[in-house]
Design a protein around this ligand. Structure first.
Ligand SMILES: C[S@@+](CC[C@H](N)C(=O)[O-])C[C@H]1O[C@@H](n2cnc3c(N)ncnc32)[C@H](O)[C@@H]1O
Length: 335
């Protein structure tokens, strides 16, 4: 009997050793630690990660946190609508809507922030959506959210028109939001969305081949990194920028008062800021660096004539473009 137990123990430890060895080999080949360990922190939240879905980045979390801080700084939260609606396009693990909801909830406990919240994350990938829902359920189970938070994940191809979507067997954004409205008690599409956030695929095929880190190229999904080639030849637009005109169009359609779009670097940030300005609907456009809360009094002014009134906030690389209009001037106390 003792001998049998010893044999089992040594088999188990042999199995564990083999597994450990394989994990070390994977790591030595450049497999990201987050795929090996299965999680990554995003703000205060531990987010489950798996190969096939982009690993959340700290710089993305910094932008989301800065956005919430800007909305709630001082007494500004009293100016926010009593029901705030946030739409996150290209949601991946769901990290952005989860963190935005969590941080607003935390402030709500201290009497800040809107009375009710409604947050929706959208992605084309069913694997990403499954993981986003798993993250939501895990965090509800761990007590980070109340049992039935108003946070939902939907599948849609945000680049597709309604007719394209029928061909591709994937709903367009419009259809997905309408469907959500008719099948849940959540009126997803009835009122405007106050805030539109997106971290879309933004790396051009050339940059992907020439400058993207090997471990990212090898282990993270291309779908999350590189926009598709457009069927119509639109040679005026940089291949990495394909999502932004569509995101700005959606912002106008859903009457968003604030947009926050992640970008690759300062050059892309300037191109996207120009697109936003050309839309002619925004009262203010800003570029945020990786850590926008640091040195934000040191805002630089763009050198380009059109970008002269675009503030560049924070330290690090150009990371996102932020634009606001209408009521949001009050929410941000800029008027
Ligand atoms: C850069 S990742 C961002 C993931 C997550 N928001 C984050 O910050 O970690 C881009 C995401 O866009 C999704 N995506 C790619 N093409 C899409 C499309 N046409 N419509 C909707 N989502 C798309 C990918 O599946 C991927 O999850």
């Amino acid at each position: 009997m003792e001998q049998q137990q010893l044999n089992e123990q040594s088999l188990q430890s042999c199995g564990a050793q083999q597994k450990l060895r394989q994990l070390c080999v994977d790591r030595a080949h450049g497999k990201p630690l987050q795929y090996i360990m299965g999680t990554e922190y995003f703000g205060d939240l531990e987010i489950a990660c798996e190969p096939g879905v982009l690993i959340p980045r700290q710089e993305t979390a910094a932008s989301v946190t800065f956005l919430i801080e800007r909305l709630l700084r001082g007494k500004k939260s009293q100016r926010l609508p009593s029901h705030l609606r946030i739409l996150d396009l290209c949601t991946g693990t769901g990290c952005i809507p989860l963190l935005a909801h969590y941080e607003l909830d935390q402030r709500r406990k201290h009497g800040q922030s809107p009375q009710t919240l409604e947050v929706v994350g959208v992605d084309i990938s069913s694997q990403a959506l499954k993981l986003a829902n798993r993250n939501l359920h895990r965090l509800v189970g761990a007590g980070y959210f109340c049992p039935n938070p108003s946070l939902h994940f939907l599948q849609a191809d945000i680049l597709a028109s309604n007719s394209d979507a029928e061909l591709n067997h994937l709903p367009s954004l419009d259809r997905a939001l309408h469907h959500c409205e008719s099948t849940t008690s959540n009126p997803c599409n009835k009122r405007p969305w106050d805030i539109l956030i997106s971290n879309p695929p933004y790396i051009s095929p050339q940059a992907f081949n020439n400058t993207t880190q090997r471990s990212v190229k090898r282990y993270e999904p291309r779908l999350a990194l590189v926009p598709p080639l457009l069927a119509k030849d639109n040679s005026k637009i940089d291949q990495g920028d394909i999502f932004y005109p569509r995101l700005l169009e959606i912002a106008q359609q859903v009457k968003a008062k604030i947009v926050l779009f992640e970008v690759a670097d300062l050059e892309q940030a300037q191109r996207v800021a120009l697109m936003a300005k050309a839309q002619g609907i925004w009262d203010g456009v800003e570029i945020w660096r990786d850590y926008p809360g640091q040195n934000d009094h040191d805002a630089e002014i763009g050198r380009d004539v059109v970008l002269r009134d675009v503030k560049v906030l924070g330290t690090g690389n150009g990371r996102s473009v932020f634009a606001y209009r209408g009521d949001a001037r009050d929410w941000l106390c800029t008027s």
